[in-house]
Ligand binder design. Structure first.
Ligand SMILES: C[S@@+](CC[C@H](N)C(=O)[O-])C[C@H]1O[C@@H](n2cnc3c(N)ncnc32)[C@H](O)[C@@H]1O
Length: 292
């Protein structure tokens, strides 16, 4: 007997489920019809292991990895993996990074341990600059040294620069065909100012991954996270909805924004079970592509 058969025997449960579905289905349908939420199903699968430099001692590598705390995850092959909280090799498929970047220049703003900068180099980018400030200078954080540790062992070339978003400009970093702005926008007390910085150094397009909120509001709107409201983290400030994000892109000087879709619901929403019954999430994380 299956679990479903057992549930069917509970008096009143089947009609109750049918009734609930009948009430919620039109809401979900209206939401889809309004085109409010695009779902990002990702392209490709988990990205492969990174190529090690010839001569790297893999036993020593595994031992050294274990002594560090990681945010990004790095698969170095042969079962040697740095496990961070960020599911980097899986997440890459949602980020809209072109399959090949041959000959292109790429800037990764807020690179942390550098996973996506190394991924750009692996995809053939001719010049990759990884920048960060916050976590690279935070006392006790190992992210800068993790970045250097990885770079010393990979057969990939990535430059680095310690610089805050507030100081990014063509004069300080140069101009890049492609700019990665993953996981940084919602950390800004001045989202439009940050987007203008991003636009100022972009030659072709920027890929922006961010928390979004108020997805059930049709007008451009941003949720404000005072203090440590979001994720108990005082470095989070604003979660825009899609019309607001598009407005930010355009007011920053991008010509158009392509919504690559929601790739993750907000953890808290999931925990509270808020978004799920109607199929209409109110917050989560999206990736958008902003064209010059
Ligand atoms: C959530 S992490 C995202 C890391 C990585 N880009 C990713 O998507 O996995 C936010 C990153 O932005 C950086 N960051 C936040 N505010 C910054 C600022 N004002 N200037 C420079 N970096 C900043 C942090 O140091 C951190 O590396």
């Amino acid at each position: 007997m299956t679990a479903r058969d057992i549930l069917r025997k509970i008096p009143g449960l089947t009609p109750a489920v049918r009734w609930t579905r009948s009430k919620l289905a039109p809401l979900a349908e209206a939401n889809r019809a309004a085109g409010r939420v695009v779902i990002n199903h990702g392209v490709g699968g988990t990205t492969p292991a990174f190529p090690l430099k010839p001569g790297v001692d893999t036993e020593q590598l595994a031992a050294d990895i274990a002594t560090r705390t990681w945010f990004h995850s790095f698969d170095f092959g042969n079962g040697i993996v740095a496990h961070g909280n960020d599911p980097s090799h899986d997440k890459t498929k949602f980020l809209g990074i072109p399959e090949r970047l041959d000959g292109m220049s790429v800037l990764d703003i807020g690179t942390f341990d550098g996973h996506y900068a190394f991924e750009a180099a692996r995809r053939g980018a001719a010049d990759v600059l990884a920048t960060d400030k916050f976590v690279w200078e935070w006392p006790g954080m190992t992210s800068r040294s993790n970045f250097e540790f990885v770079r010393d062992r990979l057969d990939l070339t990535v430059r680095d620069q310690v610089i805050s978003v507030e100081d990014i400009s063509p004069d300080t970093v140069g101009m890049f065909d492609v700019v990665f702005f993953f996981g940084v926008l919602y950390h800004s007390p001045d989202p439009l100012g940050y987007m203008k910085r991003v636009r100022s150094v972009t030659k072709k397009f920027a890929l922006i991954e961010t928390v979004v909120d108020m997805l059930n509001v049709d007008r451009p709107a941003m949720a404000y996270y005072p203090g440590a409201y979001l994720n108990n983290d005082a470095s989070n400030f604003f979660g825009p909805n899609l019309p607001a994000l598009e407005g930010l892109c355009k007011d920053a000087g991008f010509s158009r924004m392509e919504d690559l879709g929601l790739w993750r619901l907000h953890e808290l929403e999931l925990t509270r079970g808020e978004a799920l019954p109607t199929g209409a999430p109110t917050s989560g994380r999206v990736v958008v592509k902003a064209w010059v």
